[in-house]
Each structure stands twice: as C-alpha cells, then as structure tokens.
Design a protein around this ligand. Structure first.
Ligand SMILES: Nc1nc2c(ncn2[C@@H]2O[C@H](COP(=O)(O)OP(=O)(O)O)[C@@H](O)[C@H]2O)c(=O)[nH]1
Ligand SMILES: [Mg+2]
Length: 172
C-alpha cells in the first residue's frame, strides 16, 4: 500500500529533507513513479493491500510532511475502494493517538494526488478523479491533484513542483 521515502532529489527540494509517504492501491503506479523520479532514498515498503495492515501505517506517519496518493484513473472498478482508503488514511492521519501523534507532527502534512494512467482508454480525468475521491471533503489541509502518466513520466514533476513550493511556503 505504501512506500516511504525521504530526501527527494535536489533539483526540486533543494537541500531540504522531506519525509513523504507514497500510498495508493496495488497497481496504481507507485513503484513506477518512484523509479521515474529516481527518488533519493526509499526507506521502506509497506506490504500492500489488506485493510488489516492499515494500523501499521500509523508508525510511518509522524514527521511526515506530505502524502502522495496515487490512483489508477483507468481502474473505475476500484475507484470507490481507492476513495475509501484515501479517506481512511486522512482520518488516521488526523486522529491524535498517542504515542504516534502530536499536533505538531501533523501540522505541515499536505496531500498530493496523482491521477495516474492518463494514457489508458477510459481513464478519468483530474476533475472526475476529484469527484470520485470526494476531495472536497478534505478539511484544513492543502491538497492538489495532477494528471500523470508514470510510464512516460508525464505530470510527475509538475506535481512535485507544487509540493515543493507548498512545503517551502511553510503554510501546508
Ligand atoms: N499505461 C500505464 N501503465 C502504468 C502507468 N503507471 C504504471 N503503470 C503500470 O501499472 C502496473 C503497476 O505499476 P506499479 O508501479 O508496480 O504499481 P504499484 O503497485 O502501485 O507499485 C505496471 O505494469 C506499470 O507499468 C501509467 O501511467 N500508464
Ligand atoms: Mg509497488
């Protein structure tokens, strides 16, 4: 379900270290994206899939500045599951359960959504994914959605630019 990495490459993030959690259903394109971006340091891969492992994500959340949520925009059969997982993540992320959380740890966390696999026929566009994921329900957290095609590397840097600027502005 997720990949955690730190220290995104310098052209986007300067010398700053950022701790970022990449999440999404299996097959969404997470590994492809990280490979494409040649992310500095992939810290760990969280085993995918089952709802039962969801509690373990929490261990990765403290001091995470951003979540990148990757969606297979062509997988309309599972978009609803993707939505449920997404909101479950934000709920867990928002909750304040010692010893995992403090208000401080959560303050800066922003959310970048990649509407991936735009090259595939029938892929939902960014507006449709926004609707399907019910992104308007996100409260008091900065977010943005970008259309991507990870296999061609399209849209990824635009998304990371937004993330970088948002994190730099410190208002996330
Ligand atoms: N057509 C297309 N296929 C993609 C895209 N991104 C990833 N894939 C393919 O989707 C499959 C799953 O990708 P992967 O990165 O392993 O997904 P993960 O399970 O989220 O890590 C692989 O066969 C990728 O080549 C994309 O933008 N377009
Ligand atoms: Mg993977």
């Amino acid at each position: 379900m997720g990949i955690l990495f730190t220290r995104m490459f310098s052209s986007v993030f300067g010398n700053k270290e950022a701790r970022i959690l990449v999440l999404g259903l299996d097959n969404a394109g997470k590994t492809t994206i990280l490979y494409r971006l040649q992310m500095g340091e992939v810290v760990s891969t969280i085993p995918s899939g089952q709802t039962s492992i969801r509690p373990y994500w929490r261990c990765y959340f403290p001091n995470t500045q951003a979540v990148i949520y990757v969606v297979d925009s062509s997988d309309t059969d599972r978009i609803r599951v993707a939505k449920e997982e997404f909101h479950a993540i934000l709920e867990v992320y928002c909750s304040r359960i010692p010893p995992f959380y403090s208000e401080e740890e959560l303050k800066g966390a922003v959310v970048l959504i990649f509407a991936n696999k735009q090259d595939l026929p029938g892929a939902l566009d960014d507006a449709a994914v926004t609707e399907a994921l019910e992104l308007h329900k996100i409260k008091s957290r900065q977010w943005a959605i970008f259309k991507t095609c990870a296999v061609k590397g399209e849209g990824l840097f635009e998304g990371l630019d937004w993330l970088s600027n948002t994190l730099k502005s410190g208002s996330g």
